[in-house]
Design a binder for this molecule. Structure first.
Ligand code: ZN
Length: 210
């Protein structure tokens, strides 16, 4: 499996590009910005986008979805509980002093227990609310990889002081949905460096006593 991680936009959101070698199909997770750079990666590997998946409705993760969808025609997946955040993209842009990006419709609802297929590889949707109410993580057992959005970071967890955030809920999500994954599983957070489930269990100061 091809997997490129591109930090995009002013907040350097980790956009994941997964490409399956035989079908040349791709899943793009969190195309927050810099769509031309994402398209260049797709061209370099001769990939066609099958799905655009949004881990949550914050502008740095979803800002480029409309543009990427317009170019590729791929459907956008997001949990419906973040629709309201997405509806207020203009407000999010104002907080960050950014231009308001174009918006698009959500084509498919990403619910807990759903899965997307990239040829034989399954991407399982885990609903992990707390950073936002519609936050999801993607668990890819065949790759032993978790794409965690802004739920779990190396040495940290997602902030819960923005609208829709809930400090107790994010810890419950991490404990029940993420820390139950294999310790050696790689975690690709929404920002910053990769880590593993085992490392965060042992060292993440926000998770002590969970
Ligand atoms: Zn966020």
């Amino acid at each position: 499996m091809i997997h490129e991680i591109l930090p995009v936009g002013i907040l350097q959101c980790n956009c994941s590009i997964f490409g399956e070698e035989s079908s040349r199909e791709a899943i793009i997770i969190d195309p927050g910005d810099d769509i031309d750079d994402i398209l260049a990666v797709l061209r370099r590997h001769s990939l066609t986008v099958k799905a655009i998946v949004i881990t949550h409705g914050h502008i740095d993760h979803i800002g480029g979805a409309a543009k990427l969808k317009a170019v590729t025609g791929a459907p956008v997946y997001m949990n419906q509980k973040d629709q309201e955040l997405y509806d207020h993209l203009d407000m999010q842009a104002a907080w960050l002093g950014m231009e308001v990006p174009e918006r698009t419709g959500i084509d498919m609802e990403a619910r807990d227990g759903d899965s997307l297929q990239l040829n034989a590889t399954a991407f399982h949707v885990l609903h992990t609310p707390g950073h936002t109410q519609g936050s999801i993580s993607l668990w890819i057992p065949a790759e032993n990889k978790l794409v965690a959005g802004d739920t779990l970071f190396r040495d940290s967890i997602g902030r819960t002081d923005l609208p829709g955030g809930d400090g107790r809920q994010i810890l419950r999500s991490i404990r029940d949905k993420l820390l139950t994954l294999p310790e050696e599983a790689t975690v690709v957070p929404g920002h910053g460096l990769q880590t593993t489930i085992g490392r965060e269990k042992e060292r993440n100061p926000f998770l002590t006593g969970l």
